[in-house]
Write a protein that binds this ligand. Sequence first.
Ligand SMILES: Nc1nc2c(ncn2[C@@H]2O[C@H](COP(=O)(O)OP(=O)(O)OP(=O)(O)O)[C@@H](O)[C@H]2O)c(=O)[nH]1
Ligand SMILES: [Mg+2]
Length: 229
Amino acid sequence: MITDAVIPALDEAANIGRVVESLAPFGLRRVVVCDNGSTDGTGDVARAAGAEVVVEPQRGYGAACLAALAHLRRDPPDTVLFLDGDGADDVRRVPDLLAPIEQDWADMVIGSRTLGRAEQGAITPVQKFGNVLSSTLVSAFFKVKFTDLGPFRAISWAGLERLEMADRDFGWTVEMQAKAARRGLRCAEIPVDAHVRMAGQSKVSGTVKGSVKAGVKILYTIGREALRR
Ligand SMILES: Nc1nc2c(ncn2[C@@H]2O[C@H](COP(=O)(O)OP(=O)(O)OP(=O)(O)O)[C@@H](O)[C@H]2O)c(=O)[nH]1
Ligand SMILES: [Mg+2]
């Protein structure tokens, strides 16, 4: 099974090198870092660590993921592994994320930080609440049990193409799960531990503005997907 990794990154120069290098043991074909207009040299650090760097000037988590996928589409892998660029994800679980797809009993595997152990401070109380709320709503509307909307996940290329992903910011992860459930992809979760970001500034859950924007967008995305026919 050919697997490529996609890492959206905004100003993660202090972390991205170690994140890219940490994937070396897992036999991935390519690691694609999407630099989303960083001003700290994230792209250069990622390249030096062995990643392919795609530049997406328009900000947004989903916009970065879409740019990386457009890059992969020229020579697609069998499976895409997504993770964040801040070192918060437990890469030791990469084989566990990929196994259900390789064994062909799942099309998408979510790393659930609720099922795993979160380091003190890795998930804020607001984020925890938001995760429980949105996972419960997704489970209720789409009839597939999820316990987290975490960024660390794997999905088959064929499954991903069926989702016609479009969200350009914080709705990205929930859009993928809602559509996967809706469109009949086989979904699974495995426990993953969550670390505190290695260094640098939080852009989402560590700030009030980021949390509110992400929360609103996630709830809106759930509603939109629930109403879609
Ligand atoms: N491409 C892109 N990536 C972003 C953007 N905002 C955040 N990121 C990346 O998305 C990931 C998650 O952002 P974080 O700032 O870690 O958000 P968080 O995990 O909620 O907060 P922390 O607790 O600080 O880790 C990181 O890899 C960021 O570099 C953005 O606008 N564009
Ligand atoms: Mg983070």
